[in-house]
Design a protein around this ligand. Structure first.
Ligand SMILES: Nc1ncnc2c1ncn2[C@@H]1O[C@H](COP(=O)(O)OP(=O)(O)O)[C@@H](O)[C@H]1O
Ligand SMILES: Cc1ncc(COP(=O)(O)O)c(C=O)c1O
Length: 296
């Protein structure tokens, strides 16, 4: 199907009853073999040419390694392919970080996946464990982003952090960094900081949604990370506000959960012709979350 002008092929990396923030969850984790089988089908039909690949939540190390093999092959098919990786591993609550996927995935992300990624979207905790360095100040955050660039990706966006905001404690900080070596050898560097008004609730799936939106907006604004991030954050802000209003009974007529969140204004039609492969979307029901939106 076609969303925001992208024709998207989705592959489940897991199929769970609900997201793992619930007390219980059941379902299947897809294996490397199963992914390979699907990819083989695409190859046999000669339809394995993509403009973008986006990966998210995964629990299986060999699956991740297979993703890397496939990315390499897809990049041979299309050298301009952009791989957008959300290294979904964990989060922090009240300053304490924790992993919600098996710990042995970290070295696979570090040594194999991040090096082939063009854009990565870790949260603060994920950025810190990938770089092996804490970020307590903005200066340290810039150093962490430089360490992540050195691992491979041209674009690093830290989707949320608890760095202090000059606007007060009701704002969360997101940071972005674009580091590009142009054909003539000059280094282009763009750093951005966004202060995002906090909604007093915990959302699951917003990181996934952020990554999907960033993919779409960096396509429209390939050399303007600020613009791409602003448009991404704007959509997120609309969606979390509508979600919380709905959850509190203030907004009628909208579905929450199961993949039917409304968009907060703007028209994104008519981009046409792009082909994108999303690995790692999830199907979930119930709760106050934005999870369906990742299926873009
Ligand atoms: N409580 C919140 N209030 C406002 N915006 C939020 C909130 N939680 C998440 N977001 C939005 O979702 C984006 C992704 O944040 P988050 O879900 O914390 O990332 P991750 O899932 O990678 O940890 C943020 O940049 C912000 O735009
Ligand atoms: C199945 C699944 N996918 C993805 C995520 C990541 O969610 P977020 O987008 O908030 O980082 C989680 C977090 O619990 C999850 O359980």
């Amino acid at each position: 199907y076609c969303v925001l002008g992208f024709e998207v092929d989705t592959v489940n990396s897991v199929q769970f009853s609900n997201h793992t923030g619930y007390d219980h969850w059941t379902g299947q984790v897809m294996t490397a073999n199963e992914l390979h089988t699907l990819y083989d089908g695409l190859k046999l039909n000669g339809v394995n040419r993509y403009d973008y690949v986006l990966t998210g939540y995964t629990r299986d190390a060999s699956f991740l390694e297979m993703v890397v093999d496939i990315i390499r092959e897809l990049k041979c098919q299309n050298p301009n392919l952009v791989y957008v990786c959300d290294p979904v591993m964990g989060d922090q609550r009240n300053g304490d970080g924790y992993m919600y996927v098996p710990e042995h995935l970290l070295p696979v992300y570090k040594e194999k996946v991040v090096p082939v990624a063009d854009i990565i979207t870790p949260n603060q905790y994920e950025a810190e464990i990938l770089a092996g360095k804490k970020m307590n100040t903005e200066k340290e955050a810039l150093e962490v982003m430089d360490l992540l660039h050195a691992m491979g990706p041209e674009t690093v966006v830290i989707t949320s952090s608890d760095l202090p905001s000059s606007l007060g404690k009701d704002y969360l900080i997101a940071l972005g960094s674009l580091r590009k070596i142009k054909a003539d050898g000059t280094l282009v560097k763009e750093r951005i900081r966004m202060e995002i008004p906090k909604v007093d609730a915990v959302f699951v799936g917003t990181g996934d949604l952020f990554t999907a939106m960033l993919l779409a907006w960096t396509h429209t604004h390939p050399n303007n990370l600020k613009m791409a991030c602003e448009k991404t954050a704007s959509a997120l802000q609309h969606i979390v506000r509508r979600t919380i209003n709905h959850a509190r009974g203030k907004e009628p007529g909208m579905w929450v959960g199961g993949g039917m969140l409304g968009w907060g204004g703007g028209t994104w039609d008519g981009w046409g012709g792009l082909h994108c492969w999303v690995v790692g979307c999830r199907v979930g029901w119930g709760g106050c979350s934005a999870e369906g939106s990742v299926r873009h």
